[in-house]
Ligand binder design. Sequence first.
Ligand code: NAD
Length: 459
Amino acid sequence: MSTLQVINPADGQRIAELACDDAASVQAAAIAARAAQPAWAMQPLDQRLACLGRFREAVRGELESLAAVMTRETGKPVRMSRNELNGLMARLDFFLEETPRALASETVWADGAMTEQIEQVPLGVVANISAWNYPWFVGCNVIVPALLAGNAVLYKPSEYASMTGLEIQRLLHQSGVPPGVFRTLVGTGEVGGALLAQPIDGLFFTGSHATGQRIAQALGPRLVKLQLELGGKDPTYVCEDADPEAAAQALADGAMYNTGQSCCSVERIYVHEQVHDAFVAAFVRTVQGFRLGPPMSEETYIGPLTRGAQLAVLEAQVAQAVDKGALLHTGSARRLPGPGHWFAPAVLSGVDHGMQLMREESFGPVIGIQKVRDDAEAVRLMNDTRYGLTAGVYTPDERRARQLLAQVHAGSVYWNCCDRVSPRLPWSGVGDSGVGLTLSRYGIQAFARPKAWHLRRPA
Ligand code: NAD
């Protein structure tokens, strides 16, 4: 049997060797899921809610050790691992409370003779292929509502978050989800590929645009329900009436939190020329205050990058930008020496859209700040992208913010905030940021098929 080496990105040391799935074990898991799903779906919703409620309590009870596992395998600073797990509690509460409403059958017409009803039935066996940057969030955004809706779930966590994936499996089984109904599949993209070959009823993917495209191509001919939550190049515009200091502090956090490895990280900043210099100075000061260090340390804000391969992307983006005239105010132009994947936060101004830094996802602690003349230029630049996950505006003027954000193509828009996800709101992207959505009541209904009932009472 092949194995997966889990490497600590902070020091390059091997921390585990996991048994990998293969084509045969993936097929066996799919057969078991198909067999187990009907009985799971037949249970009253209350029983599935009780199972997932126990799962919530189990995660809460082990929060510290689960945070440590996530930090060791992804390099996420431990405070942020804890934040993710605490945030997960609120997401689980939302799912547990909202699901009975979201999945309730509806009578939409009744005239005595004829009744029309909509029933939300599970899709069947669904696959979830996922990313490593927020493994509990992005995993559970699919796993929990899918299970509550009565589906069986085959979960392929990222190869960079497989220990967390196995913890999710352990705690779900311990909470009463039958082994056939939920299975974590360990391995690289090859195991993901083997999963695509199974007769699944839905594929829910979180990851890069390149992999999403490959998956869409593989599944297209089979017409399997497909959701893709992909990358972004999320812009924010700081207007001249905003407080540059406050905006800079918030946006520095939005750009650098989780070492810049959030799907909704602030990736491009446009600042009105009247406040540009004050904003850049405050931004650089804030970033210089971020402590880079061992991810298990409570003081650390910037950890290592999870994937070593991203270091070359960041180096190339910064080098090209500087080459084309950008000013590097602070941080690395190159990876830091030594073991592990380290890159000090880099802040650049004097950037433009001729630079990769302003066009391609960085997914790391680098940011470009561009000066703009007016709102029209800011909107044009914000929309000059193939992505559309989130976008924001900083101004005290709500009317202006609403007018600006109405013109921006993005799944989520932010007024005076950034890098924020709410379980109550749909999470979706437009363009190359994806298809479909998770979270909110719609992100629960995504795991069910509305079945139409036409019922004629005999006269
Ligand atoms: P990735 O595309 O490299 O991998 C994602 C998953 O796909 C992994 O589990 C991987 O093993 C699997 N995979 C790879 N090749 C495959 C193949 N050919 N067939 C089937 N599965 C395959 O992405 P990543 O590095 O894990 O995640 C980072 C990306 O995810 C970033 O672009 C980020 O913006 C995006 N992301 C988006 C959201 C969102 O909500 N929109 C959330 C988190 C991350």
